[in-house]
Design a protein around this ligand. Sequence first.
Ligand code: HAM
Length: 424
Amino acid sequence: MEIKAIRGFNDILPDEIGKWQFVEKTAREVFEGFGYSEIRIPILERTELFSRGIGEATDIVEKEMYTFSDRSGNSLTLRPEATASMARAYLEHQLYNIESIAKLYCIGPMFRYERPQKGRYRQFYQIDAEVFGVGNPMVDAELIIMLIHFLNSVGLEKLELQLNTLGDRACRPQYREGLRKYLEGKAFQLCEDCKRRLETNPLRVLDCKVETCKQAIADAPKVTDFICSECQKHFDSLKEYLETAGLAYILNPRMVRGLDYYTRTAFEVVSYQLGSQNAVAGGGRYDNLFQEIGGKEIPGIGFAIGMERLISLLPEGKQFVKHPDLFIAALGEAPSKEAYRIVNQLHLEGIRAELDYEGKSLKSQMRRADKLKARYTLILGEEELKRGRAVLRNMENKSQEEIPLQDLIDSLRKKSFQIEQSGL
Ligand code: HAM
């Protein structure tokens, strides 16, 4: 039987990879322009990093982690997200001694055992950015501005920035209790999961997609009715900073996010072109995460972008697939050897060139050049070779010229320069 990939795990094929490379390159350029440095963290971590960091009573920890014992009996987990690992690396390498404020980003696959559907996979890629060491809402605004700027830079428009505050250790317990009391009165309407959440994590009920639960929360108290004056001040300043920067947002008091480490700021970027899995990116502040994973009190804020979702939104028409600059169609033994020599030389010069390996007819070689969408074809026959010349054919406008072989590289360079100049 033919072996197939695991459900929810995708191959990213060569005809799609141009988009991925474009997105990653733009992220690196934009983020580094904002002062962020790349960090690479392991894909496997000790399970307790996530159970303590993300929270025991979250869907991720309760039912979505890929957890197993290694051969020494340690419980390990494939990372379901990057924030906890980045915080661990910052503590472990005492990066705060180098500079108390760290701006870091990472790009890579995450793993969650969710029910696969369009925009939701078991292995998916995130672009993640974090700032450790600053509690000032100015940084919350700067980070959100960077996110929106990046999404616009890759061509995404018509996005909605949703904003909420989740309070902190001082005021969230009151909200939690207020919400729990309200929901107790609606328990008969709640799904089985939410009945359980009522005790373990009532805020999660606000996130539930079941219709009767949605009805039950219609008049639920809002977090903004409960937050303390410090959290209110933080939220007001953030909104002011965003407004000063001309960034539009909408308030969504029902947004709680799926991870428990958040304090104060929470946000999501939503696209209504995406269907039910409509969040392109999500993030927020987490001023207690470092303590949860055994460190001192260090404030932090960050976001992660879902790459599959982002890529499905990229505007069409942009040229992402790379085609050969030149295909050499050679006829006969001597031309074929010469073609091999030239192609090797072109490769060393960084020019994408292809040739025929199978002694095919000229017609079939030209067909392949067409199929590969080569910009030019060099037609090399015995006669031309004897004179040190060959025919260079522009595959787009079909014009041909005979050129001396020794001028080939120069000619191609000039032509590709002209192509780039004319924006083709
Ligand atoms: P998250 O909301 O769980 O946050 O994930 C961020 C983004 O990853 C989502 O908005 C979505 O685009 C994408 N995503 C999540 N799960 C899947 C999936 N199963 N398939 C495809 N895409 C998915 C976090 O992960 C936090 N660590 C973000 C953060 C960073 N908060 C602070 N710093």
